[in-house]
Design a protein around this ligand. Structure first.
Ligand code: PMP
Length: 352
């Protein structure tokens, strides 16, 4: 009932999580509403520690990392990563794979020296050299707008800084070369307002002196993310969503689901005899954001209109990329995916 949203901007929350949140808005753990839970309370400290512990378990995070709760979205991290990690003279290498990695590089370049690399540059015998030392390599693990995803994190001579906003907890990651991971909460962890930053201890202590105190990773780590009022409600929703993921079987279960669903969508596109045109080749296809176009592009508005009539919303591509896009987040219900697969067939049958 009510149809299904496929927007890339926000991930749906499973009904169990919505119920848990709704209940806690009235009363939580025998106290008052979670909406006005004071951040200085013992109850919030517990909530925060449980949330951090769930994240550490689900990600398989080794010791030696801080889990920070910030605000400002992944977009703020585009600037905060160089301001925190580079000191006054370091350089950052950025892998250019699509819309969001370019946004990250453009913002970082306002604050630091940025070397841009193609995604295959690391395979070359001599990676590019720089006069100021490169402190880390930034990459966007899943290009939300382009439907392009690193099948696994690349090996790199520098610590990896990974924007995982759109595929966090949809697949396992190898933490071996991981220096820092960041993600907005609204796709994988619940609602807007919380930005997750996970940073390796040895990268701390290099912030530019002018950096606002509440945005300083080292100060946040020392204050357990309570330098000032954190996004309490968004952390509560993340806690509930992480509990749900654990009950489903953790990241391995999420990864199997994402692989199965994206495979079904790509299969439908690939076997359409060219009616549907997947935008990315098989090696780099996203398991979260299948992007495609119609061979007959003029039919795109009709596709979207009929999809809406069938209760399938927000299938339009990112405005800078165009075409059509499906989002398959952890919370996307099974019914949404089957309704979409039927619609793809039906639309081709009537317009092919
Ligand atoms: N990075 C990626 C990969 C994204 O998909 C998005 C949002 N679509 C962002 C960054 C920006 O996130 P926010 O709006 O929370 O700043």
């Amino acid at each position: 009932a009510g149809g299904h949203r496929f927007s890339a901007a926000a991930g749906p929350l499973p009904p169990d999580v919505v119920d848990e949140v709704a209940e806690a808005c009235r009363s939580w753990r025998g106290g008052g509403s979670v909406l006005s839970l004071p951040f200085i309370s013992e109850a919030f400290r517990e909530l925060q520690h449980e949330t951090q512990a769930r994240l550490r378990r689900l990600l398989g995070l080794p010791p030696g990392y801080q889990v920070l709760f910030m605000q400002g979205g992944a977009s703020a991290q585009f600037a905060l990563v160089p301001l925190n990690l580079l000191g006054l003279d370091g350089a950052a290498a950025h892998l250019d794979t699509g819309h969001w990695s370019r946004r990250a590089a453009a913002e970082a370049a306002r604050h630091a020296r940025v070397v841009t690399l193609r995604h295959d540059a690391l395979d070359e015998p001599a990676p590019p050299r720089e006069t100021s030392p490169v402190a880390y390599l930034h990459l966007t693990s899943n290009e939300t707008a382009d439907g392009w995803q690193w099948p696994r994190l690349p090996t790199s001579p520098w610590p990896l800084v990974v924007d995982m906003s759109s595929d966090l907890l949809t697949r396992a990651i190898d933490c071996t070369g991981l220096g820092l991971l960041y993600a907005s909460a609204q796709k994988a962890l619940g609602v807007p307002g919380l930005t997750l930053v996970i940073v390796r201890d040895d990268l701390l202590g290099r912030a530019r002196p002018s950096l606002p105190g509440v945005m300083n990773y080292t100060a946040l780590a020392a204050a357990d993310s309570r330098l000032n009022t954190p996004p309490v409600f968004a952390i509560f929703v993340a806690h509930a969503m992480l509990g749900w993921i654990e009950r489903q079987g953790g990241v391995p279960a999420m990864a199997r689901t994402a692989a199965r669903r994206s495979h079904a969508v790509y299969q439908a596109l690939d076997t359409s005899g060219g009616f549907y045109r997947p935008q990315v080749g098989p090696a780099w296809r996203s398991s979260v954001h299948p992007c495609f176009g119609l061979a007959e592009r003029a039919l795109t508005p009709r596709f979207l209109e009929q999809a809406r009539a069938a209760g399938l919303f927000d299938l339009q591509g990112h405005p800078d990329v165009g075409g059509l896009r499906v989002s398959l987040y952890n919370g996307t219900p099974e019914a949404a995916v089957s309704a979409l697969l039927s619609f793809l067939q039906e639309f081709q049958r009537t317009h092919g």
